[in-house]
Structures are given as structure tokens and as C-alpha cells.
Design a protein around this ligand. Sequence first.
Ligand SMILES: C[S@@+](CC[C@H](N)C(=O)[O-])C[C@H]1O[C@@H](n2cnc3c(N)ncnc32)[C@H](O)[C@@H]1O
Length: 300
Amino acid sequence: MHHRLSFVIETISKKNILHGKKLKNNFHNADSDYLKKTEAFLVKYEHILKKQHKDLDYAVTCYLQMLADVHYESVQFVKTGKYSNTCFADVNKKVYSNPQVMEYYMHALLLRQFLLPQNYAILNFFDKTLRIKQAEVNNYLEVGGGHGLFISNAVEVFGNQVAYDLLDISKNALELAGSMLENKNVNFIHADIFEFNTPKKYDFITLGEVLEHVENPLDLLIKIKSMLTKNGTLFLTTITNAPAIDHIYLFRNADEIRNLIKEAAYTIEDELCTWSEDVSPEKAEKFKVSMMYAGVLVIK
Ligand SMILES: C[S@@+](CC[C@H](N)C(=O)[O-])C[C@H]1O[C@@H](n2cnc3c(N)ncnc32)[C@H](O)[C@@H]1O
């Protein structure tokens, strides 16, 4: 019935039996809405890939490459207790400005958003937040939008009445986001957020999985705050204990994230924590199981 999802899982299983088993188990327990939305995404995604002369096989290859990268980084993380990157300029050169890496990495992240339930839960939480805030939003900014899935969702919910800016340091990310958005009216900004200055203020800013990519996340939260309207909302996601090719700042638990948010003088209106394994928060911290954090933040 879920033809493309079965194809994706089977193709992954052939190359990575263990991960395949994990996915099969996840989707065995998934509700019908999750299955339906994943299949609908894969139909749309296949159409986008086709325009680039690519297919779902290609997307799976990207995903497997990302798993291999994570595995490599995890070995270092277990040995040292640290992420391997310390310098933003190095990551920028190695990842964001490197078309070969960005190409597979962004496709991998896109697929992961649906394949892993903890990522999917964050996407659903984002969708719910957009609908709650809808009446208050006239302009929207996304920083580090990567593949463009989140901003596409925002465009779907907010429609044509809202002005959209999408900022990313990576040209490749903006290109992929452009194909995700198809003909939607979005202003693309190729810049480092720290070097971007505008008198404009935004009612809704999305900062998804960027905080752990910078050397000083407090500076980033403060910078974003200066770009919000008085009643504006920041939708923030980040992650703990998650070695990756481009992660620099290590959050060890949810409280470290919450303390930083507090230090930057935001109020947490709502939040969601999802873990990559089915364990208690205490065990997750002890065994360094990664946790995704999503916060709906407003200015005090
Ligand atoms: C891991 S991806 C996140 C993609 C997407 N937002 C998500 O939540 O899945 C990080 C993105 O942030 C961008 N990025 C990293 N540092 C940045 C900076 N200083 N300024 C602008 N974009 C940045 C990268 O190019 C990449 O597209």
C-alpha cells in the first residue's frame, strides 16, 4: 500500500541491515497518519528528484552516506566525549561551501525528517505551532533552512499573505530549498547569519538545527532576538549528544539548552523533547542518547 516507503526501507535494509530493522520496527508501530504523510512526502519528493534527473535510489544512497558519517563521528565522540569540530570556518569549508558534501547531506536530512519518528514528531510540532500563530504572522524568516522542508510547510500554512525570507550560508542548500518550494514567492538570502544586517523585523523566525553548528550559540540567540518583532516567535530546534560532520557546540541535556534560552532572555511558551531511543531522560543523559529539542520562544 505504501509503495515508496516500502521501497525506501527495503533499499536501506539491503545495505544496512541493522538500520533497516530499526526503520521496519518504527513503521510497524507508526499510526496511519504518519504512514500517509510519509508516503505523500515521498511522492512529492520523487517528483522533485525527477526534475534533477535523480530518483529515490539516489536519496537512499545519500541517507546511507550520512549514517556512515554519523557512525564515524560517533566513534570519535565515544572516545573523546567531544564533537570533532571546534571551528566554524573549518566546517564552512568542509561542509556548507562544499557542493559534493552539501548535495548528499541535505538530501539525507530531508529523508531523515520522515524516516525517524523523533524527527517527524518535531516536524509535526512545527506544523502545530504555525497553525497556532497563523493570525499573528505577516512576515517569516528561516535561518539555515537547509533542504527547505520547514519553510515549505510554513508557506503551505501561512499562504500568500505572508512575506518569506530564507537565509542560508550554503548556496547548495538554497538551491535545493528552491526546488522544494517550486514556484513559491520566497526571497533567498545567501549569507552568514552573523554578517546579515537588516532593519526588518520578523513575526516568526525558524532556526532549525543551526544552534549546535555555531561556536557561540548564545550570540546567535541574541542576534535572532534583535530581529524579532515585539510579539514575535522563534521556533528553535537543536540536539544533544549528536556527533555529526558539522556539529560544533555540544549540548549534553535539555537543561543546558533551556539555560541558554533563559540567558538570552526568551520565555519558553511550549517545547517538545524527543529521543532517538526509547529510554528514560535520565538514562538518555547517562548513556549519551541523543535528544531533539524544539522550543517555541517569545521575548519576555
Ligand atoms: C543541519 S542543517 C538544518 C536544516 C534544516 N533547518 C533542518 O532543521 O533540518 C543546517 C543549515 O544551517 C546552515 N548554516 C549553518 N551555519 C550558518 C550560518 N552561520 N549562517 C547561515 N546559515 C548557516 C547550513 O548551511 C545548513 O543549511
